[in-house]
Design a protein around this ligand. Structure first.
Ligand SMILES: Cc1cc2nc3c(=O)[nH]c(=O)nc-3n(C[C@H](O)[C@H](O)[C@H](O)COP(=O)(O)O)c2cc1C
Length: 384
């Protein structure tokens, strides 16, 4: 649902690496590999992650679209090497058929892409599916999102996220005042939660769940500040900013619901409880509250954008669920891979990346411009 930008990712979880291309991105944006590395490191944090995070220290190499520290307006290509490739290339992930056939994965995991994936492509080995359906791919989305963050930073647009629920444990309060550096505060917590008491209870819950060989999901919130009104449009279904954000968040592996502003609570509230009164403040027309989460009629309204996303529990379980062998049709238990018990903190950083991609697209759609300076001039000319 991107209108102006295009991006593509490629790569398998234990393949050689991940490739990404971002097209339609303006020239003149200051960018470096170390800037992208910060968000990649943030994606790798969080209590409940599996062993992989100690093997992979992700680094995105910028292979095109950059000169002397500034983007060129040409496609930006990124490459993230999978360090685990060295351990896998001889047999399981070799490009040629191996001399000694490796055992196929034939017991699909409930909740994963395994069964529908082999049925779709007619594969006999689930590895052909799981290598690409793995959330490893989201490392590249975070890298591409960081490129967009570099652009948004230049316009004073900030994107934050924090975890508000792990399993049954919820934060007591949501921050109604935006911290100047909410991400710094969230990153300081092992579960990216701003409420210290809740964070401790979340960590305990993850540990108990992991010990039981099980997994747990949760909810995170992604916020964006500094946006002008009028991004997106009420004029057509696929231009609506809320729809575009929802699709982007839903596209992250394991996300099962997206809500905006008061979100799921609006179903039981009345109109006067939900709608934000319009007031004059310092000669500016704005809202007295922000129940709408910064979006009305499919457009940004100039207030803080607030999107909540629910992640289901991770499908690969240390104590696997029942399954059926796709070749023999014998009942068995599902395949086990090295797995996370909880990845909600990491998912919140991926949510930031998707928000950055969608907002960059919406800004370029509305204001246009081939370079950062042109975009800035166009924004200034509209007086928003
Ligand atoms: C950051 C992150 C890490 C994940 N780690 C795992 C994992 O270790 N094991 C697993 O089975 N699923 C993991 N998942 C979830 C699966 O990728 C996802 O459930 C699967 O692709 C099926 O897609 P669906 O849940 O959207 O239907 C992770 C998801 C995210 C966002």
């Amino acid at each position: 649902m991107l209108q102006h930008l295009k991006f593509l990712t490629a790569g398998e979880s234990h393949g050689k690496g991940l490739s990404g291309i971002l097209e339609g991105f303006p020239a003149g944006v200051p960018l470096s590999e170390s800037f992208i590395a910060r968000d990649l490191a943030r994606r790798q944090m969080g209590h409940g992650r599996g062993g992989r995070m100690t093997i992979e220290k992700d680094h995105a190499e910028i292979t095109s679209g950059l000169r002397h520290g500034n983007t060129l307006g040409s496609p930006i290509a990124l490459w993230i090497q999978n360090r685990d490739w060295e351990n896998w290339k001889q047999d399981k992930m070799s490009h040629e058929a191996p001399s000694n056939p490796v055992p196929e994965v034939t017991l699909p995991r409930p909740g994963h892409a395994d069964l529908a994936g082999v049925q779709k492509f007619g594969f006999s080995d689930i590895r052909n599916v799981l290598e690409r359906s793995s959330a490893r791919e989201t490392a590249m989305r975070v890298a591409l999102g960081a490129v967009c963050r570099a652009f948004l930073n230049e316009l004073g647009v900030k994107i934050f996220s924090h975890v508000i629920q792990i399993g049954p444990v919820k934060t007591a309060t949501k921050p109604d005042q935006l911290h100047t550096d909410l991400n710094k505060a969230a990153d300081a917590s092992d579960v990216r939660c701003l409420d210290k008491e809740a964070a401790e209870a979340m960590i305990k819950h993850i540990d108990i769940t992991r010990k039981a060989g099980d997994s747990v999901g949760g909810v995170f919130e992604v916020l964006a500040s500094g946006l002008p009104p009028g991004l997106g449009s009420y004029t057509h279904w696929d231009r609506k900013l809320d729809a575009r954000l929802a699709a982007a968040m839903m596209s992250i592996n394991a996300m099962k619901s997206v809500s905006i502003g008061d979100g799921l609570d609006v179903g039981e509230a009345t109109g006067s409880q939900v709608h934000d009164e319009i007031i004059l403040q310092d000669d500016t027309i704005r809202r007295a509250t922000n129940h709408a989460g910064g979006i009305e009629g499919g457009m940004s309204n100039g207030e803080l954008i607030q999107v909540q996303v629910t992640m289901k529990p991770i499908p690969t379980l240390a104590r696997p669920l029942r399954s059926v062998d796709i070749k023999t049709h014998e009942p068995g238990i599902a395949h086990k891979e090295r797995t996370d018990a909880c990845a909600v903190p990491a998912a919140s950083v991926i949510g930031e990346a998707m928000m950055a991609l969608v907002l960059t697209d919406a800004i370029l759609e509305k204001f246009g411009g081939d370079s950062l300076d042109q975009v800035k001039a166009h924004i200034a000319a509209t007086g928003v």
